[in-house]
Design a protein around this ligand. Structure first.
Ligand SMILES: [Mn+2]
Length: 349
């Protein structure tokens, strides 16, 4: 089904307006396959209008799919243009508060606006065939990045140089760019989930957390492996094994209709039983698609329920301050009967 039609159906079900204006950059990409527009007006019936400033106008005409492209001239009031098209109430995805007020004023009152970002969030969380193909390609490229990491990580290498080699390898393999800045966190820095010292040189006995992702046709991947420079100590092995088992237990739990909370719980229980519960300081996972963090969320307080076509990460971790950290992360597709690991191949440790 067409994505705007799906949005209208979802809105109608909840008694919300069935005409919309989309401002969020990622949502604009989702509906038009074009990333540099200003706004999209989706009427109840007929073609949508994509408003684009002069700098991106020609590109929008060449690349935007299934919409009328309209030039937004200098000095024109976008909110008034939208209000002229919108009868009655209008669904709006998201706006900074000042712009929200300007749109409300143009529409004749705040009661004319209805937030619909939740509907778009839900739609985007279930991927169609084309989206899955792009994510699979982003995952394949991430695998090449991780293979490179596996080959080069060792004593004497600077974190920054490792990141450069990994990102170069992914670019050469077809990445449109990184999904996020590559993390290479060694030794004590590996105890920070998003740590990356960059100037640090990897030392003997370090845990080295490598977290990377590629982008392919706007879609992303997310993958983490933890290496050990030289031989693991007994404590390091205990931490690593606990994370690995948690990762395995969570994977086994994933299938449609399962609460995202329960998947998080399956991993968290393993880590707690191993005595490291207080050091698992983040959620188990998150959706991946046009953004590297999107719905559904796999966390202790998540209200999301998994569905076929969700793409989620499974990334338990243990971070012992001053000692080091371990995280293992895959990007998974929720299938009819369970989950398919998209970050396989050279990515596996
Ligand atoms: Mn992640």
């Amino acid at each position: 089904m067409n994505r705007t039609t799906a949005l209208k159906q979802a809105a109608a079900k909840q008694g919300k307006p069935t005409n919309f204006v989309i401002f969020n950059q990622t949502n604009l990409t989702y509906f038009t396959n074009f990333a540099a527009a200003t706004a999209l007006y989706i009427p109840e019936q007929g073609d949508s209008t994509l408003y684009v400033s002069t700098v991106n106008y020609e590109q929008a005409k060449a690349e935007a799919k299934g919409v009328n492209v309209e030039l937004l001239k200098r000095g024109e009031n976008l909110m008034e243009k939208i209000a002229l098209q919108a009868p009655g109430k209008l669904g709006v995805d998201s706006l900074p508060i000042e712009s929200w007020r300007a749109l409300a004023k143009a529409m004749g009152g705040e009661e004319k606006l209805e937030p619909i970002n939740g509907l778009v969030r839900e739609l985007r969380s279930v991927k169609d065939y084309g989206e899955i193909k792009f994510i699979q390609e982003a995952c394949r490229i991430a695998g090449i990045g991780m293979q490179t990491a596996k080959e080069i990580i060792g004593v004497g290498l600077k974190e920054k140089d490792a990141a450069a080699e990994i990102e170069y390898a992914m670019r050469k393999a077809g990445s449109d760019g990184v999904a996020f800045d590559t993390i290479v966190a060694s030794g004590p820095t590996s105890a920070f989930p998003h740590g990356s010292n960059l100037e640090r040189t990897i030392c003997d006995g370090d845990f080295v957390v490598v977290d990377l992702g590629a982008t392919y046709k706007f879609y992303r991947s997310d993958c983490t492996r933890t290496f050990i420079a030289s031989k693991a100590t007994e404590k390091q092995a205990r931490i690593y094994d606990a994370v690995k088992l948690a990762h395995q237990k969570a994977f086994e739990k994933i299938k449609p209709k399962v609460s995202a909370y329960d998947v998080d719980e399956a991993a968290r229980r393993v880590i707690e039983q191993a005595g490291f519960g207080e050091f698992f300081v983040h959620n188990l996972g998150h959706g991946v698609g046009l953004e590297v963090h999107e719905a559904p969320i796999l966390s202790p307080d998540s209200k999301d329920v998994l569905a076929t076509g969700n793409v989620v990460t499974n990334e338990p971790g243990i971070y012992v301050p001053g000692f080091g950290g371990v995280r293992i992360e895959d990007t998974l597709l929720v299938t009819k009967n369970g989950a398919e690991n998209l970050t396989i191949g050279p990515c596996m440790p």
